[in-house]
Ligand binder design. Structure first.
Ligand code: SF4
Length: 200
């Protein structure tokens, strides 16, 4: 495995690709369209990388604007690995952002936010939609109650992490970006509209 598959750069950010597994199965996901490339980088994983392998793929995290956990999978599914790597990045003086579906509390069955807060500077939660019906149609969640749990995570997150974002992708049929923005602003978090296939 080449280091580029575990970490890749875009502009002044370094991205970490620690899993290809997801809690969701979004109809617009690059994986569901046969795309495993992020720009020039092939994000195909042939095994679950260890903490050591991931750390070996990044030499100077402090040189980047931020190190972002973001690949073609949900990083909080590997919570222990994420936290171990994030703590090391913080020790080396780096900034850490986690891009997540916001379902970690549902999956792990406890509030993971205090642990994340110890090593994460920014958390970006994929809201995806303005209501559960639209979310279920476009994200095909594997766990019941996912939309409500994602919103609960977004509600709790600012108590632990100063910089919390909610995102939704513009142009997906049925997604009302203005309604998503209103929900995010009502929860006191920053709303960021995204463009399909563009790395944030
Ligand atoms: S959350 Fe992201 S990686 Fe996972 S299925 Fe949806 S679009 Fe794909």
């Amino acid at each position: 495995m080449t280091p580029q598959q575990l970490s890749y750069t875009q502009s002044d950010r370094l991205y970490l690709n620690i899993t290809d597994r997801c809690t969701l199965d979004c109809i617009f996901c690059p994986k569901n369209r046969g795309i495993w490339m992020a720009g020039e980088y092939d994000l195909t994983l042939d095994h679950r990388p260890s903490v050591e392998e991931i750390l070996d793929s990044l030499s100077h995290p402090e040189d980047y604007r931020e190190v972002v956990f973001c690949g073609y999978g949900e990083p909080t599914l590997r919570l222990n690995v994420l936290i171990a790597v994030a703590r090391e990045i913080k020790q080396r003086g780096g900034m850490v952002r986690v891009d997540t579906d916001g379902l970690a509390n549902l999956v792990h069955k406890y509030d993971v936010l205090p642990e994340l807060a110890s090593c994460v500077d920014v958390i970006s939660v994929s809201m995806h939609a303005q209501d559960a019906a639209t979310y279920d149609r476009i994200c095909l969640p594997g766990l019941p109650g996912s939309y409500e749990k994602m919103l609960e995570f977004l509600t709790l997150a600012p108590r632990y992490i100063k910089d919390v974002w909610a995102t939704a992708i513009e142009g997906i049929e049925g997604v009302d970006i203005d309604a998503c923005r209103k929900i995010a602003e009502g929860l006191g978090v920053t709303f960021i509209p995204r463009t399909l296939d563009c790395i944030l």
